[in-house]
Design a protein around this ligand. Structure first.
Ligand code: FES
Length: 112
């Protein structure tokens, strides 16, 4: 597993949609905070195909779909599951405590 920074409080869990994403800027990095039936995930917000915010995409299970050309990314691994994107997005650690969402940025993860 890659090293991570310290956990930073991002938002209250209630501020996220029941299923979907919201964009947060953490230490200058655009991160999509995504809530699903399986938990809360954090990935880099910018689609690796072009400059589109993934937090605006549709969520289905553990996948988020970029609204522009339909690439899907696995929220658990960042791997693209649907073309045209072929490059993964960085995944960041999330913990939820007392209704608050915290994220630790993956260190050395390039911003694509
Ligand atoms: S910009 Fe996301 S799939 Fe093209």
């Amino acid at each position: 597993m890659s090293e991570t920074s310290e956990f930073i409080r991002v938002c209250a869990l209630d501020e996220l949609p029941a299923e979907g994403g919201a964009k947060a800027v953490i230490d200058g990095r655009d991160v999509a905070i995504v809530r699903t039936d399986e938990g809360v995930f954090a990935i880099d917000d910018t689609c690796t195909h072009a400059n589109v915010s993934l937090s605006e995409g549709e969520v289905e299970g553990c996948l988020i779909e970029c609204w522009l050309h339909g690439s899907q990314f696995d929220l658990r691994t960042g791997e693209p599951r649907q073309l045209p994107a072929t490059v993964p997005v960085a995944v960041h650690q999330v913990k939820v405590e007392n209704g608050e969402v915290f994220v630790a940025l993956a260190q050395n993860a390039p911003v694509v």
